[in-house]
Design a protein around this ligand. Structure first.
Ligand SMILES: Cc1ncc(COP(=O)(O)O)c(C=O)c1O
Length: 457
C-alpha cells in the first residue's frame, strides 16, 4: 500500500472513531472544508502534516500560540515539573508557584491590579469576574458590548448578543444587557440606572471582526463606570500576553481596569490556564472572612503544570521581546497587506493592532462579481469567508479563520515568533486567493463544489 493511502486510511480511522464517540458534525465540517488533515509535528509557526505538507499557522488557535507551538523552554519547564514529583492537586496546601506567577502578572499589568484568581479557561475567568463584581457591588446586572465573544458557559454566554451561540441553551442569566461597542452615549444610558455590577468588554473586539475602538472610548468608559459605581472589567483573553504589542491591550489606551481576564496564550498553548487579575478591594469583597477563604475556587485552579508553564511562557515572551516583535511585525504586515489588497473593491479594510489583524471584505459593486457573491451568501452567510479560508489552506498552506461573529473579516493572527519571510509568503498567498475570488467563474465553481460536498454528506 502506498504511503499516501496509508496516511489517508489512518486519518479516516482517527476521524471515524472521533465521529462515533465525540462529535460527528465536526468531522463532517472539516471534511467539507477540506481541512481534515493529521498534524504530526508543530513547531513555532509551522505545522507538519502526516501527508508531508507544511502549513503556516496564521490563526494561533485563536491567539493561544503567542510563543509559537511547543516552545522548547515551555516544554522543558513542563518536563522538569513532572520530573520533580512535586505537590499537585493536593487542594489543602499553599501552591509554591501561584504566588510567584500572580506577582509577575500583576507587575506586568500594573494599575490597581494586585490580586489573582486562577481559572482554567477564559469562560471560567468570565464566570469568576461576574461573581466577584456582584459580590463587590451588591448589584445584579452585568453589562457587555454587542457582538462580544466571552465564552460558552452559561454566564459568559449571557454576555453575548449573537444568538447563534445561545439558541437552544436558555434561559441564561437575567439582568444582563448589551450596548453597541464604541458608543459612549449608549453606555452612559445604561450605567445611569446604577443596576450594573460590571461592564465587561474586550478592549479590541476579536470575534466581532477585530474592532479597534476610538482612542478615547475605553478611557471615557472607565470614568463613566467609576461615576456610576460599576466595575470596569476587560476581557483580554485574546488581546493579552503581548498579542497586540503590549502586555495588555489596556496599555494602548491608558486605562486602569478593576479586573482583567487572561487565558489562551498564558501557558504556551500546552496546558489550560487562565487568570482573573483584580484590585485588592474586589478580592477582599470575595474572600472576606475565614469561612469564605475558599468561597470561589476550582479543582484545577493553581495546578502546578499550569503555573509552571505560565511562568516559563512569561519568561519567553519577555526574554525574546515578543511584544516589540508583535508591534514591528504588525506594522510590516499591515502595510504589505494594504499594498497588496487595496486595488480590490471587495477588500474594505485591513486593520488591527500588533499581530491581531483582520481583513474585512465587502460585497463587490461590479455586477459580474456581485451576483455570485450574493447568491452564495444567501445560501450561508459564511460561504464567502469559508471559500477564502479553504483556498488559503488547501492551495497555499495557511491556516486561518474568519471571525466567529463577523464572517466578512478574515482573522490574521500568527504566533508572535513569525518571521518576515513567513509574513511575505502570507501576503503573496492572500493576494492570489483574493485575485481568484475576483474572478466570478472560479468563485462559483468553488462554491458549487462546497455545496455539493455538503449535500452528499
Ligand atoms: C475574548 C474571549 N473571551 C473569552 C473566551 C473564552 O475562553 P475559553 O474558550 O478559554 O473558555 C474567548 C474564547 O475564544 C475569547 O475569545
Amino acid at each position: 500500500m502506498s504511503t499516501a493511502i496509508q496516511v489517508e486510511n489512518s486519518t479516516r480511522v482517527v476521524s471515524d472513531r472521533y465521529a462515533a464517540s465525540v462529535n460527528s458534525e465536526w468531522v463532517r465540517l472539516l471534511d467539507l472544508l477540506q481541512m481534515n488533515v493529521r498534524y504530526e509535528r508543530c513547531v513555532g509557526t509551522e505545522l507538519f502534516t502526516a501527508d508531508g505538507r507544511r502549513i503556516l499557522d496564521f490563526l494561533s488557535g485563536y491567539c493561544v500560540h503567542n510563543v509559537g507551538h511547543n516552545h522548547p523552554d515551555v516544554v522543558r519547564a513542563l518536563h522538569s515539573e513532572l520530573d520533580r514529583s512535586g505537590p499537585a492537586m493536593i487542594q489543602t496546601h499553599v501552591s509554591d508557584l501561584a504566588g510567584e506567577l500572580a506577582e509577575k502578572l500583576c507587575k506586568g499589568a500594573g494599575g490597581r491590579l494586585r490580586k489573582v484568581f486562577f481559572p482554567s479557561s477564559g469562560s471560567e475567568g468570565v464566570e469568576a469576574a461576574i461573581k466577584f463584581a456582584r459580590a463587590h457591588t451588591r448589584r445584579d446586572g452585568i453589562l457587555s458590548a454587542e457582538h462580544a465573544f466571552h465564552g460558552l458557559t452559561c454566564g459568559a454566554l449571557s454576555l453575548m448578543s449573537d444568538k447563534f451561540w445561545s439558541e437552544g441553551f436558555g434561559p441564561l442569566l437575567p439582568e444582563t444587557a448589551a450596548v453597541p461597542f464604541d458608543d459612549l452615549q449608549a453606555l452612559e444610558l445604561k450605567l445611569k440606572t446604577k443596576q450594573f455590577a460590571a461592564f465587561i468588554v474586550e478592549p479590541i473586539q476579536s470575534e466581532a471582526g477585530v474592532c479597534v475602538p476610538h482612542s478615547d472610548y475605553l478611557r471615557t468608559a472607565e470614568s463613566l463606570c467609576r461615576r456610576y459605581g460599576t466595575l470596569f472589567v476587560l476581557d483580554e483573553v485574546q488581546t493579552g500576553m503581548y498579542r497586540t504589542g503590549k502586555f495588555l491591550a489596556a496599555h494602548h489606551f491608558g486605562v486602569e481596569p478593576d479586573m482583567v481576564i487572561l487565558a489562551k496564550a498564558m501557558s504556551g498553548g500546552l496546558v489550560p490556564c487562565g487568570a482573573v487579575l483584580m484590585s485588592k478591594d474586589v478580592c477582599d469583597s470575595v474572600y472576606s472572612s475565614l469561612p469564605r477563604a475558599f468561597v470561589h475556587t476550582s479543582t484545577f485552579s493553581e495546578n502546578s503544570l499550569s503555573m509552571r508553564a505560565a511562568l516559563a511562557t512569561l519568561e519567553v515572551l519577555e526574554s525574546e521581546h515578543l511584544g516589540d516583535r508583535s508591534t514591528e511585525a504588525g506594522h510590516y504586515l499591515q502595510s504589505r497587506l494594504s499594498e497588496a489588497l487595496s486595488s480590490y473593491e471587495m477588500v474594505k479594510e485591513v486593520r488591527g493592532v500588533g499581530l491581531l489583524m483582520g481583513i474585512e471584505f465587502q460585497a463587490p459593486r461590479q455586477l459580474r462579481l456581485r451576483i455570485p457573491f450574493e447568491a452564495f451568501g444567501a445560501i450561508h452567510a459564511g460561504m464567502f469567508g469559508q471559500i477564502l479560508v479553504m483556498r488559503l489552506f488547501r492551495d497555499a498552506g495557511f491556516l486561518t479563520q474568519v471571525c466567529g461573529n463577523n464572517f466578512m473579516v478574515l482573522k490574521v493572527a500568527p504566533p508572535l515568533v513569525v518571521t518576515d519571510a513567513q509574513l511575505d509568503e502570507f501576503v503573496a498567498a492572500i493576494g492570489n486567493v483574493v485575485e481568484l475570488a475576483n474572478s466570478p467563474g472560479s468563485f462559483s465553481s468553488e462554491a458549487l463544489g462546497l455545496g455539493r460536498r455538503a449535500f452528499r454528506g
